[in-house]
Ligand binder design. Structure first.
Ligand SMILES: Nc1nc2c(ncn2[C@@H]2O[C@H](COP(=O)(O)OP(=O)(O)OP(=O)(O)O)[C@@H](O)[C@H]2O)c(=O)[nH]1
Ligand SMILES: [Mg+2]
Length: 376
């Protein structure tokens, strides 16, 4: 099951309480306070895991809690620290903090890199034991602190897959067939529309160490923006792609007008997000093996050329022209990756010399519970 939006609740561990204790040894009367501090509660992190590509596991487990810190003990023993909780999420997961009162969402993180680890809820600090409060005038303090509560949040997770190439087209155009030919993905393929109900990802390996990720999204039809067919709901998964391959069925058997189909899909893309049309597009006339009226192909080619888009004739089933198509996508991907790498390098340079304030709280958001934890 493919799930790309979920609500979860996370809670960091509470800090352990400080201990109230006095040293008791034979022949040492009034041994003095020796209550140790409580341990810190565990924090909650999200980690981008390349082996996940849906949020489905959250559907059944919406609550996450890190371990609390242990209480302090006599003989100045500090409580053990609570274990941190790491929650794996697919790469491309956006995290929003949900205001418990208004339901308003505010973006808190975007996990775009494999292994990226984001602190979401900081564990509470441990309370101080009575040993801490001993002074020259109060040598037997009975004061201890409770542990600080761990922060907790309501979160909304939204997946925007990170693929290099997005495959779009009418239902039945052959998108799933193409992804099954160029990658190891094995989506369902059938001779009826809306075979694909959720996006599929595939890795395409070219010669050398070149590879990229393709997303096959469910077919679009006219009026998708109004919810027709499967609607626009999956288009956000191609918003972050670097290239769009627009597949058009030009076979005579389809009984469809290739140019009309092509224009309809472009219109739907634009209605969803005009930026989608600004991405590089490659137009692929598919099912070239089943064409008996070549005019269908030339008309589409003319339309593509008019828009200054590269045009390919392919047969996903027979493999004709497929290599040329994916090789044409590569330079665009390579260039975009280079620009991305540069942008990250610039970011890192700018980070240099930034001073982190001493009271910096790495918790990304203000706490859910009312009132902030007590200052010490
Ligand atoms: N003759 C011919 N048939 C093809 C070709 N590519 C795909 N088909 C057939 O077209 C039909 C639809 O293919 P799919 O790959 O399921 O199409 P899709 O675009 O993924 O369709 P949806 O998931 O419904 O949007 C299947 O019967 C395929 O065998 C091709 O190059 N030539
Ligand atoms: Mg399909």
């Amino acid at each position: 099951m493919f799930v790309d939006e979920v609500d979860i609740h996370v809670k960091a561990g509470d800090g352990g309480g400080g201990a109230l204790s006095f040293r008791r040894e034979k022949f040492v009367p009034k041994g003095g306070p020796d209550g140790g501090n409580g341990g810190a509660g565990g924090s909650v992190f999200l980690v981008a895991d390349p082996h996940r590509n849906t949020l489905v596991h959250f559907r059944f487990n919406p609550d996450y809690k890190a371990q609390r810190g242990g209480n302090g003990a006599g003989a100045l023993r500090t409580g053990r620290g609570g274990r941190d909780l790491e929650i794996p999420v697919p790469v491309g997961t956006l995290v929003f903090k949900v205001d418990p009162d208004t339901g308003e969402k505010q973006q808190a993180a975007d996990l775009t890199v494999v292994g990226q680890r984001v602190l979401l809820a900081q564990g509470g600090r441990g309370g101080l034991g009575n040993a801490h409060f001993a002074t020259s005038t109060n040598r037997a303090p009975r004061k201890v602190q409770p542990g600080e509560p761990g922060l907790e949040f309501n979160l909304h997770l939204k997946l925007k897959l990170l693929a290099d190439v997005g495959l779009v087209g009418y239902p039945n155009a052959g998108k799933s067939t193409l992804i099954s030919v160029i990658s190891a993905a094995k989506p369902k393929i059938a001779a009826y529309p809306f075979t694909t109900l959720t996006p599929n990802l595939g890795v395409v390996a070219l010669s050398g160490d070149r590879d990229f990720v393709v997303a096959d999204v469910p077919g679009l039809i006219e009026g998708a923006h109004e919810g027709h067919g499967l609607g626009h709901q999956f288009l956000r998964h191609i918003e972050r792609t670097k290239v769009i391959i627009h597949l058009v069925d030009v076979s005579s058997a389809s009984g469809r007008d290739a140019v009309e189909d092509f224009d309809t899909i472009r219109k739907e893309l634009k209605l969803y997000n005009p930026e989608l049309l600004k991405k590089p597009h490659l137009v692929a006339a598919n099912k070239i093996d089943a064409v008996d009226d070549p005019k269908r192909v030339t008309a589409l080619e003319k339309r593509a050329k008019k828009l200054k888009l590269k045009f390919f004739e392919i047969s996903a089933v027979a493999g004709t022209g497929v290599k040329e198509l994916i090789e044409a996508a590569w330079p665009i991907i390579a260039k975009a990756r280079e620009l991305e790498a540069k942008a990250i390098a610039v970011d890192e340079d700018e980070d240099e010399g930034h001073e982190v304030p001493a009271d910096y709280n790495p918790a990304l958001m203000p706490p859910l519970r009312s009132g902030t934890p007590k200052k010490r």
